[in-house]
Write a protein that binds this ligand. Structure first.
Ligand code: RB5
Length: 160
């Protein structure tokens, strides 16, 4: 499994901790920034990670900002993405088992690095259980394929 990870300035510390964890777990990853503590815009980091997951370059994505909310909203605009905002162990397990989420979002101003790393471990190692949950996920996939979003290029041009 390969993972793409990114954060804005509000999520840099936990991102670095998760990178250390992935190195320990021998999980290949690509780090898409941000580079330093200068203020940046979370969609510029969420969308590239989400596109890499959606086009199959990587299997999963991890996104961290101050709250995790902006990252999760932005990632979920990309077709094929099921991004969950998670701050507890129960949800980390349930969102893999039930929702087959492919991106995990967390907020560095909400939880500490210890819990964030435990959530990542749980989320990366829990399989989707399928069954009745497959039918529910398929309803989302069907909706997505019949209701097109505007392209990310249009979204980016309209920003600012
Ligand atoms: C940045 O100040 C903050 O808004 C961002 O990290 C995130 O919390 C947005 O949802």
């Amino acid at each position: 499994m390969k993972v793409a990870i990114a954060s804005d300035h509000g999520g840099m510390f936990i991102r670095k901790e998760i990178i250390l964890l992935m190195e320990e777990m021998k999980i290949p990853y690509v780090d898409l920034g941000c580079e330093n503590s200068e203020s940046v815009d979370y969609p510029d980091y969420a969308i590239p990670v989400a596109e890499k997951v959606a086009n199959g370059e990587v299997d999963r994505g991890i996104l961290i900002c101050g709250t995790g909310i902006g990252m999760s909203i932005a990632a979920n605009k990309v077709k094929g993405i099921r991004c969950a905002l998670v701050h507890d162990m129960f949800s980390a397990k349930a969102t893999r088992e039930h929702n087959d989420t492919n991106i995990l979002a967390m907020g560095e101003r909400v939880i500490g690095p210890g819990l964030a790393c435990d959530i990542v471990k749980m989320w990366l190692t829990t399989p989707f259980i399928g069954g009745r949950h497959k039918k529910r996920v398929n309803k989302i996939v069907t909706y997505e394929s019949t209701h097109e979003l505007k392209s990310n290029e249009v979204y980016i041009l309209k920003a600012d």
